[in-house]
Design a binder for this molecule. Structure first.
Ligand code: F6R
Length: 243
């Protein structure tokens, strides 16, 4: 797309079409959702469709990719707060259908909480459509370079480059949590359909490595090459390194 606005609207339309098709079939629509700056316009467009075009989220079940650890739900930087601010507070989704990894569980309880998250996804029949952004280092979710293709939801250490990229949300870099809970690569690959979005020149190298170079755990987004139904939606700047 020429710009991120057009790309975001195209993604929102695909999401809305899926929600409506599932409604018609009287089925739930299970969405995997991302946070960060990339999907903000997608969510704004979905909110507009809810308000102006009667798009209902009553049949929608959501699973977010990740959350900082530790972090309280109420923290300004929590992904719990992000999702409520940008989407959930403005649409008719049932609160019980919202799933976000908790940054509040004790260290001893994290492993069980991650296993439970995987079970919840399975109980809902798996993810129909997973939305992804991409890190400058090629991460998807918070699966940093080196994440195994068979990884599942787990606690991970954030790379310095990721903490730096996200530090604008915090007072200083030392305030950025050192860890996060993220769905694994295999969790993401089990989704029936995947849409990754990337805007701006800062993502161009990661997009090229993911799409044109070989699959490698050193560029987690390249592991999407083995999935049968993936779209990369990019603006001209993010596509500028593609040959
Ligand atoms: C966030 C997530 C991350 C971001 C990525 C890009 O839920 O899964 O992988 O998508 O760090 O972040 P932005 O969009 O802020 O450039």
């Amino acid at each position: 797309y020429e710009n991120s606005n057009d790309g975001s609207i195209a993604i929102a339309r695909q999401i809305a079409e899926l929600i409506r098709a599932k409604q018609k079939a009287k089925q739930k629509c299970v969405l995997g959702l991302a946070t960060g700056s990339s999907p903000k316009t997608v969510y704004a467009e979905l909110v507009r469709m809810h308000k102006e075009e009667k798009l209902s989220f009553k049949n929608v079940v959501t699973f977010n990719l990740d959350e900082y650890y530790p972090i309280s739900r109420d923290a300004i930087q929590s992904y719990y707060r992000f999702m409520h601010t940008h989407l959930f507070a403005h649409v008719d989704i049932h609160p019980k259908n919202i799933h976000i990894p908790s940054g509040e569980v004790s260290k001893e309880a994290v492993k069980a909480a991650c296993a439970e998250y995987e079970k919840e996804i399975e109980k809902e029949g798996g993810i129909d459509l997973q939305i992804l952004g991409i890190g400058n280092n090629g991460h998807i979710g918070f699966n940093e370079p080196g994440s195994a293709v068979h990884s599942r939801t787990r606690l991970i250490n954030l790379d310095h480059s990721t903490r730096l990229a996200n530090s604008f949300e915090f007072a200083t870099i030392s305030d950025v949590p050192r860890m996060a809970i993220t769905m694994g690569i295999s969790t993401i690959l089990k989704s029936r359909k995947i849409i990754l979005m990337a805007w701006g020149v800062a993502k161009a190298k990661a997009v090229k490595a993911a799409v044109e170079d070989d699959e490698t755990e050193l560029v987690p987004a390249s592991l999407l090459q083995s999935h049968p139904d993936v779209q990369f939606v990019v603006d001209e700047l993010a596509a500028s390194e593609l040959t």
